[in-house]
Design a protein around this ligand. Structure first.
Ligand SMILES: Nc1ncnc2c1ncn2[C@@H]1O[C@H](COP(=O)(O)OP(=O)(O)OP(=O)(O)O)[C@@H](O)[C@H]1O
Length: 358
């Protein structure tokens, strides 16, 4: 059921707009892979998805499914199915007939189409719901029906446009689990639009990160967090530690001291901002462990502590005035670390990346 997808220099400018909504975007999605198209509002995510589906026509660029260009192919003939933010179910049909609709319209005998639909309802854990009117469903159940309906079309590529964003947080987590089960069972190629990086990190193998119609980085989720290519990527992924400095011969020098590039990484000479995830900063409130080459050990003062539910954010100050550096770290809320306290911050060197200044 899965196909490869290649997006090649996709460009689209809407009538009357001065800049492209999508500007020469290219990426590949392997068969069975789940790609999240992530970015802030207006970054071009839906335009990319709608172009793949054939609902928007790009000005230039190609969309290849298993190597074949789908330009000019009608949306319903592309072997794709799309789930939108709203389930868009037919209110006059039962749950089962909503799922069986496409097959019935395509001429499959009703009984067969319904039997098939039952299987997809079971897959989305709505076994026994077939006879209900869709108007009697909760939001989460409606979205499950929309997913079952899309899957019943046996798409080669499943397109999801913010499908869970209208659901409450608990239900969203359930839907993420459901999507994982669907992937394990049917292995579809999935492209999902989301503006939520946690959602992208939870459901996707890779992320295409967009901003202002440009593709900033297409990479594995983990690399977007730990190896951002630019300051914009680090910030969009929620990075909160930025330390300006200079790189010479692969060593970044700043108020934190000298940080050599991790093995296999190349940092170009010149001005560069050291970025690292606040989650990677470990806080020791007692005796510091002995120094080792793999770890940066810093004396710090807690300037502020902010509550974040089960976690707490610590604003740290490293160094002496006037050359101090601000650093953020996160600890379990249960840890009794208070503002004004002296602590040791440990940073694995492997957690450090250097990106160009702005
Ligand atoms: N049909 C259209 N006509 C004119 N402009 C459009 C149209 N659709 C999108 N745009 C513009 O193209 C740009 C990208 O929009 P798009 O919907 O692709 O972004 P998005 O990242 O999906 O945003 P959101 O998360 O808010 O849905 C925006 O500036 C938007 O206003």
């Amino acid at each position: 059921m899965s196909a490869s997808l290649r997006i090649d220099a996709l460009t689209k400018t809407f009538e009357g707009a001065s800049t492209p909504a999508v500007d020469a975007i290219s990426f590949d999605v392997a068969p069975g892979e789940c790609l999240a198209v992530l970015g802030p509002s207006g970054s071009g995510k839906s335009t990319v998805l709608r172009s793949i589906a054939g609902l928007d026509v790009p000005d230039s660029g190609r969309i290849l499914v298993d190597g074949a260009d789908v330009a000019g192919v009608a949306p319903e003939r592309r072997g794709m199915a799309m789930v939108f933010q709203r389930p868009l179910l037919f209110p006059h049909l039962s749950v089962l007939d909503n799922v069986a609709f496409a097959a019935t319209v395509a001429g499959q005998p009703r009984r067969e189409a319904r039997a098939d639909a039952e299987q997809f309802l079971a897959l989305v854990q709505l076994e026994g719901f077939g006879a209900r009117p869709v108007t009697a469903l909760s939001g989460g159940q409606e979205q499950r029906v929309a997913l079952a309906r899309a899957l019943a079309a046996r798409p080669r590529v499943l397109l999801l446009d913010e499908p869970f964003s209208a659901l409450d947080p608990e239900l969203r987590l359930d839907m993420h689990d459901l999507l994982a089960r669907i992937r394990a069972q049917l292995n579809p190629t999935v492209v999902m639009v989301t503006h939520d990086r946690d959602e992208a990190a939870t459901v996707a193998d890779k992320v295409a990160l967009l901003q202002g119609g440009h593709l900033l980085q297409h990479d594995a989720v983990e690399r977007l967090y730990t190896r951002p290519r630019s300051l914009a990527v680090a910030r969009l992924m929620g990075g909160r530690v930025e330390i300006p400095g200079t790189v010479a011969e692969g060593v970044h020098t700043s108020t934190l001291g000298r940080v050599p590039a991790p093995e296999g990484e190349q940092w170009p000479d010149g001005a560069g901002v050291l970025v690292l995830r606040h989650e990677a900063v470990q806080i020791i409130s007692g005796d510091a462990p002995p120094c080792d080459d793999a770890t940066i050990t810093l004396d710090a003062v807690v300037a502020e502590r902010r509550a974040r539910g089960a976690r707490a954010v610590l604003e740290l100050v490293v160094g002496e005035s006037p050359s101090t550096t601000a650093l953020e770290a996160e600890v379990a809320a249960s840890r009794a670390i208070t503002a004004g306290q002296r602590v040791t911050a440990l940073i694995p060197r492997s957690a450090c990346a250097v990106v160009p200044l702005a």
